[in-house]
Design a protein around this ligand. Structure first.
Ligand code: MG
Length: 339
């Protein structure tokens, strides 16, 4: 298979601020794998808190050994990839799946044995800003599910301001921005505003913290589901943290692609956990790959393309919060034709 790399720059519709930092533009990498006249595509998102940049992802991908001629040897090919960034591996994994689907003439969800509907609706993310501005953005969006980024001094004011202007289902994502004590103080207060769930309330490395937090919250009668995102990258992490969690957030850029994402989902189910499928700032290429596993999930947070002003791809389609999977073979993604 011939491998080609294309850097892409994604312009964000509004400055995106989370507990880790802020950005207006993201720089991802598109991987193309060509075999027998067909080309599979995948995307690697450069996530700064994992230490990745567009350059480092490209540098790793340039070092890859020959991947052979058979994309169906997925497990073998992926197992032989050298140690490197999960996002880069995810792009290779996506491109291989895309190629397999194209060779068989079937969309990916069918290869996974899944029906394309019904799918859970996706949330729409409101980045950190002044409480009133966040509330205005939530109101204007009109989305029925809002994910609120928190992790500042004003978290309760933010959630309260947003609740005043919308009846939407509200999810809160602290992006590891709270300590144990802050989480224990804030979650019961925020629960008053009828939260659907709380994502990553604790620091990434605080593996014992989840069980501690769950027990303390349950003692107070607080049942708000707690999900881990940054703390859970692969199925091994699901096993380590399961006892303290209600659910996990799965992302292709953490798992290194669809194969390990599927293992994460099954591992989480085996532990009685719920699953949210989410994305980084990714174009319709990466997000469509994720969406092919959406029928297996309870919650979706696949709003990447909605946050980007210059999406170079079309794939999964949005009607408000409702996603429709493309019916084309493989990922079913195509380039947006330039005017
Ligand atoms: Mg998150």
């Amino acid at each position: 298979m011939e491998l080609r790399l294309e850097p892409v720059s994604l312009n964000l519709r509004t400055t995106f601020r989370v507990a880790h930092g802020a950005s207006d533009q993201r720089h991802n990498v598109v991987v193309r794998l060509t075999q027998d006249g067909l080309t599979g595509s995948g995307e690697a998102a450069a996530v700064f808190y994992y230490g990745d940049t567009q350059e480092s992802l490209m540098a790793y991908l340039r070092t890859l050994p020959d991947l052979g001629r058979d994309p169906f040897a997925l497990e073998t090919i992926l197992a032989r990839l050298p140690v490197g960034p999960q996002a880069a591996k995810a792009a290779v994994d996506m491109a291989l799946h895309d190629l397999c689907g194209q060779m068989l003439g079937q969309p990916l969800y069918r290869l996974f044995g899944l029906a394309p509907e019904p799918l859970p609706e996706t949330s729409f993310t409101i980045g950190i800003d002044e409480p009133e501005l966040m509330a205005e953005r939530a109101r204007q969006s009109g989305y029925p599910i809002i994910k609120i980024k928190v992790g500042t001094q004003h978290d309760e004011a933010v959630v309260s301001a947003i609740r005043r202007v919308t009846n939407a289902r509200l999810r809160v994502d602290a992006n590891a921005g709270w300590s144990r004590e802050q989480a224990l103080d804030l979650i019961p207060r925020l629960a008053e505003y009828d939260l659907e769930l709380v994502e990553q309330p604790l620091p990434v490395k605080d593996e014992e913290g989840y069980l501690w937090l769950k027990q303390k919250l349950r003692q107070q009668g607080i049942k708000t589901p707690i999900f881990a995102d940054e703390s859970v990258r692969t199925s091994r992490d699901v096993v380590k943290l399961a006892a303290g969690l209600d659910g996990v957030v799965v992302k292709l850029m953490k798992t290194g692609g669809l194969r390990e994402a599927l293992r994460c989902i099954h591992t989480a189910r085996a532990h009685g956990l719920q699953i949210m499928f989410s994305c980084m700032i990714e174009s319709s290429l990466g997000v469509t790959a994720a969406a092919h596993l959406a029928p297996l999930c309870d919650y979706l947070d696949l709003d990447g393309p909605l946050l980007i002003a210059n999406d170079p791809f079309q794939g999964v389609r949005y009607a408000g919060a409702k996603l429709t999977l493309p019916a084309g073979p493989g990922l079913g993604v195509s380039a947006v034709s330039s005017q």
